[in-house]
Structures are given as structure tokens and as C-alpha cells.
Design a binder for this molecule. Structure first.
Ligand SMILES: [Zn+2]
Length: 278
């Protein structure tokens, strides 16, 4: 189908101010169009779900009452002021475009001084890291058509949640990747449960994240659990929300036992706290 010919309208920028704050607070995920956040795009009423894209990535589309809503994960690296271009295609072929302005969000910075040479990987480790990075990027780009039964998630282990999602890390002044998940402190051996119903799409023992399980909840919503001491789910397994999938540990590059819990939407890490009970 010719997309240009099908383009009938360009929707104006989202009218965030028209949303009821109360309804907003009750909605999971809690939406905010900021780096590391989730934007909500109202696609209007239709019998069949529209397909929505951000660039080449399909977006999660859910029904709310009469209306379809696209949920857009916004990458931490997105510059404030960027206008994300979301395209929605109705079953009829009608194409609509939405501009989503990305607002400011300040994440904390952490500066670490380490002996020179200690932050650099050996050529072997670097090659392994590169292979694993490519593999995990492919896994986290999974898009399966079946929508999630719910967007609300369970905290996968009891314990104190660190608010370190998005933390900007510097080693000897050199920027590293920002922290892509939430760390939950818990002793080694504590059972880790699936935050939401889904299917195991990957498990492995990786250089930085250690023993890791990735669940696909549908439509590009995934969750990742790292540093496990044990993995108790196999690739392809269907799991229910709350089902055990492994145990807390300190595998990979960590200083102590904890769960690294991350949530991905359209292949970008978003703040897991947006999906958890307040
Ligand atoms: Zn972490």
C-alpha cells in the first residue's frame, strides 16, 4: 500500500492538558513523555486495532473503552525537545501521524574513580561483550502480536527498590551506558517471579548481566531479570504472573546480590516503576 497516498490527516500535537489527572494516576503504566518514560498516544475509536510505529519499531496498542491507545517507550538517550514521529495505520489503510514532544527529566549522575586499566576489557572479553550485546538487542526487539493480558506488573522480588533507573554513570570521567533497570536488594537464593504473564524468549549467562531471563509479554513489552544465581525457566516456556523463574544472585559484574529488573517497550528500556504498584 502506498503510505503517502493513504495519508489523510496529520494529527496535532497531543493535548496532554485535556487528560484528567485522576484518571492519569490510575493508569498503568504511568505515562510521561520523557527519556526513559512511556508516552500515550490516543488513536481514537475503531473496530480493529490500528498498527502503530515509531520509525521501524512496532508499538504496543491497547484498547481502553472505545478507544485505542499506543504506548511509546522513549529511549533514555533521547534528547529533550525531540519530537517523536508516531505513525498509526488503521485497518482501512488510513494513515495518521502524531508528533510527541519529549520533555525534560533529570536523572542522577554517579562518578566513580577506578584505577586506570581496570575499566577496560581484555580483547577476549570485549569480543564476548560485543556478541552478547548484539544477541540481547535482537531478543529485546521481539514483537509478538498477542497483546499483554494486563500492563500492571508485580514486583518480582520483595525488597527495597532502588530509584536508580536512568542513573548516568561515569568511570574516571568517561560516560558509560545509563542504568537501564531497577535494582532490588535481596539475599542470594530469594525466589524471583515473573512480573507478568508471558513466554520465556531468552536465558543465558552473560558477561555484565550474569545469568539472565527475558520474558515476552506481547506487543513489544518485555521484562528482563539479571544476576540470577539460578534459572528455573526454559526458553519457550509459558509463565503466569507470579510464577518462579529463578533465584536472586550476584552473577555477572556486580558487587553484591540483587535483582536487576528491566522493562522494555518497542526495544527501549523504560522505567520499571511505571508498571509497578506505587
Ligand atoms: Zn541494575
Amino acid at each position: 500500500m502506498n503510505r503517502r497516498r493513504a495519508l489523510l490527516s496529520i494529527a496535532p500535537a497531543l493535548a496532554f492538558s485535556t487528560w484528567l489527572p485522576r484518571a492519569w494516576a490510575q493508569t498503568i503504566p504511568r505515562a510521561s513523555a520523557v527519556p526513559g518514560g512511556v508516552a500515550r498516544v490516543r488513536l481514537g475509536a475503531a473496530a480493529a486495532a490500528p498498527r502503530a510505529h515509531l520509525g521501524n519499531d512496532r508499538l504496543l496498542v491497547v484498547r481502553e473503552g472505545d478507544e485505542w491507545i499506543a504506548l511509546v517507550g522513549i529511549a533514555l538517550a533521547t534528547k529533550v525537545g525531540t519530537k517523536l514521529k508516531v505513525e498509526a495505520e488503521r485497518a482501512s489503510g488510513t494513515l495518521e501521524r502524531f508528533d510527541i514532544p519529549v520533555g525534560p527529566k533529570q536523572y542522577a549522575a554517579q562518578h566513580l574513580k577506578v584505577p586506570p586499566g581496570q575499566v577496560d576489557l581484555s580483547p577476549e572479553d570485549l569480543a564476548r561483550y560485543e556478541r552478547e550485546r548484539v544477541h540481547l538487542a535482537a531478543v529485546l526487539g521481539t514483537f509478538s502480536e498477542a497483546p499483554p493480558a494486563t500492563l500492571a506488573m508485580l514486583q518480582p522480588v520483595p525488597g527495597t527498590r532502588s530509584g536508580t533507573f536512568g542513573l548516568r554513570r561515569y568511570f574516571n570521567g568517561q560516560p558509560r551506558s545509563p542504568h537501564s533497570g531497577m535494582d532490588i536488594a535481596a539475599p542470594t537464593g530469594t525466589p524471583v517471579v515473573a512480573a507478568n504473564a508471558g513466554r520465556v524468549v531468552d536465558s543465558g549467562d552473560y558477561f555484565f548481566p550474569g545469568r539472565t531471563v527475558v520474558l515476552d509479554h506481547g506487543q513489544g513489552l518485555l521484562s528482563l531479570y539479571s544476576h540470577l544465581s539460578a534459572i528455573e525457566a526454559g526458553v519457550g516456556d509459558a509463565v503466569t504472573a507470579g510464577a518462579p523463574i529463578g533465584k536472586v544472585g550476584a552473577t555477572g559484574r556486580v558487587t553484591g546480590p540483587h535483582l536487576h529488573f528491566a522493562v522494555y517497550l518497542n526495544a527501549v528500556a523504560v522505567d520499571p516503576a511505571l508498571f509497578l504498584p506505587a
